[in-house]
Design a protein around this ligand. Structure first.
Ligand SMILES: NC(=O)C1=CN([C@@H]2O[C@H](COP(=O)(O)OP(=O)(O)OC[C@H]3O[C@@H](n4cnc5c(N)ncnc54)[C@H](OP(=O)(O)O)[C@@H]3O)[C@@H](O)[C@H]2O)[C@@H](O)CC1
Ligand SMILES: Nc1ncnc2c1ncn2[C@@H]1O[C@H](COP(=O)(O)OP(=O)(O)O)[C@@H](O)[C@H]1O
Ligand SMILES: [K+]
Length: 504
């Protein structure tokens, strides 16, 4: 059993990792780091092999030091009695001294070398040591063919440091039409990396383990981002006292529901109720349902003329872009209420410098929950550009709006206007269904209404929303066919579990 150390949640950019590597390298005898990488990776490989040690292990070794790690691992596996077969693809450049020594060690030992991927190989494990953080361009030629061939295999694939072809900073597959290894497991050296946890990262990295190769934690820089965890908002998880009443837990008003879109505010309102808001209103722009027969506790009102007071406002679900929507949004922005902007409200802010400056000048808490296209509208760019570097995009949105931003999608990025960033690790593709974002907006609204600061409300809502989806999957409800309406009750279960386990 491998326990995650807290510092495993710290995420470093490639530039930072290079600096960590250099100072560790200078302080140690030559080859030490690569040897340690090869040992740690071999230990992990043996764990993954479990009882299948009689099957051969295929080790792919590339031209750089990532290939050196792979060669070290192969020697270690061979020493442990495993049939380790290396497919080595050296480049034009001369290998580093460490990689050359690793090659020599493998050649001198009982490691087998092969020239091509044998068809129909029955591997116990495949190890990807083609490229690590030194990859600078899209995989092509023999590398691309090899990575494409791996997709047909049905055995575990262990990536060394980073799945080859994946950008360790952004989680994007490198190159237009690029290709990257789809590993089941990744062992990340000298620290964890943002790209393993967002965009394409989760699909390509699989389960991530961090090995620090014995570096001194005191020498580490402050991380560029962190991986989310319940500890980051544990302080707000308070058991409820007996002597309370609904007025203490805040009111949430969901403002949205243009003609034909009443479902979105209803889902948001349910999300708010199930995360503990004292009272929940759906303030609809156009005439809609008088009540929700599933959740009759939600109070429906016409948005026009509704007194928002200091209630927490969740603006945007199904709101449309009408003049009335803009008016309501402007009123909400100018209020002292805690505010969550979602969907059409974000699009409207993106289209209006006036609304953007009203948002940036607020002093009450504000959270934005854009999906990549809404985020692109806010930044005046394309969804593809946002997805190409989700951390940079989220940081820029938070800077421009002076609000906390949750850039949604696989590995949601939560950005604070002060530059802090967290990647949310929970959730699954079951959430890729209409309305799940509305539920998230309502959930975050409920936490704001209960007095959580914007940053913790965003961290908590994203984490609980994803954990709710994970809980549903654990019970066979999805990922295929999961519906947004199933999330609120699961989120409630997660929140109560957290309060019981970690609440102070
Ligand atoms: N140094 C240390 O102490 C430690 C390092 N460690 C390990 O080293 C890894 C980083 O090693 P690295 O810097 O050698 O880079 P790596 O990822 O192996 O690839 C670079 C090579 O690929 C080539 N190349 C690039 N793109 C290409 C493409 N598309 N198609 C083809 N070729 C391409 C590029 O050559 P180029 O053609 O660009 O001149 C170069 O030859 C790191 O991830 C970790 O695993 C650990 O052992 C800890 C200690
Ligand atoms: N593949 C995925 N993995 C994890 N979370 C996802 C995935 N796809 C979507 N989500 C989450 O589901 C929600 C979808 O929100 P959004 O795109 O606004 O949908 P909608 O507008 O239909 O409600 C977000 O919280 C997002 O982070
Ligand atoms: K690799």
């Amino acid at each position: 059993m491998h326990d995650n150390a807290p510092m495993d949640n710290d995420l470093y950019t490639v530039a930072q990792l290079r600096a960590i590597e250099q100072s560790a390298y200078a302080a140690l005898p030559p080859g030490t780091l690569m040897r340690r990488a090869g040992e740690a990776a071999a230990r992990f490989a043996l764990e993954l092999l479990g009882g299948r040690r009689d099957r051969p292990v295929l080790v792919l070794a590339g031209p750089g030091n990532n290939g050196g790690d792979a060669l070290e691992l192969a020697s270690n596996l061979a020493d442990a009695g495993i049939d380790a077969l290396v497919l080595h693809l050296p480049g034009q450049r001369e290998a580093s001294d460490e990689t050359a020594s690793a090659h020599e060690r493998a050649r001198d030992g009982t490691v087998g070398f092969i020239d091509m991927l044998p068809p129909g190989g029955d591997w116990g494990l495949v190890v990807d040591g083609l490229f690590g953080i030194g990859l600078t361009r899209a995989l092509d030629g023999q590398y691309r063919d090899l990575v494409a061939a791996l997709d047909a295999l049905r055995c575990p694939i262990l990536a060394l440091d980073v799945p080859s072809g994946l950008d360790a900073d952004t989680g994007a597959v490198i190159g237009p039409d690029g290709i990257a290894v789809r590993a089941t497991h990744t062992i990340s050296f000298l620290g964890n990396k943002p790209g393993l946890h967002t965009a394409d990262g989760r699909d390509h990295a699989g389960q991530v383990r961090v090995d620090w190769l014995g570096v001194d934690p005191a020498q580490l820089p402050s991380p560029a981002a962190r991986l989310g965890s319940a500890e980051l908002f544990a302080q707000r998880l308070r058991p409820r006292r007996h002597n309370t009443h609904k007025g203490i837990f805040g009111d949430v008003v969901v403002i949205g529901g243009a003609h034909g879109m009443a479902g979105a505010p209803v889902l948001a309102a349910r999300g708010a109720m199930y995360l503990g808001a004292g009272r929940t209103f759906a303030a609809l722009l156009d005439p809609g349902p008088g009540y929700d027969s599933v959740q009759p506790e939600i109070m429906f009102r016409p948005a026009d003329g509704f007194e928002f007071g200091k209630r927490t406002l969740v603006v945007g679900p199904g709101m449309g872009g009408s003049a009335a929507a803009m008016r309501l949004l402007a009123t909400a922005l100018d209020s002292d209420s805690p505010l969550l902007l979602d969907a059409d409200a974000i699009t409207l802010v993106g289209a209006s410098p006036d609304l953007l400056s009203r948002l940036a000048q607020r002093s009450a808490p504000a959270v934005l929950t854009p999906h990549p296209l809404e985020g692109a509208r806010l930044l005046g760019t394309t969804a593809a550009a946002v997805q190409a570097d989700r951390l940079a995009a989220a940081r820029e949105m938070a800077l421009r709006t002076r609000a906390t931003v949750i850039l949604k999608g696989s590995g949601s990025v939560i950005a604070h206007p002060d530059g802090s960033m967290v990647i949310n690790p929970t959730g699954n593709a079951g959430l890729a269904t209409a309305g799940s974002g509305d539920v998230l907006a309502g959930m975050c609204g409920a936490l704001l209404a209960q007095g959580w600061p914007a940053w913790e409300a965003a961290l908590g809502a994203a984490w609980i929303h994803g954990a709710a989806a994970d809980l549903l999957v654990a019970h066979g409800i999805g990922p295929i066919g999961m519906t947004a309406g199933e999330l609120p009750a699961a989120a409630r279960a997660v929140l109560n579990m957290l309060v019981n386990e970690t609440g102070v």
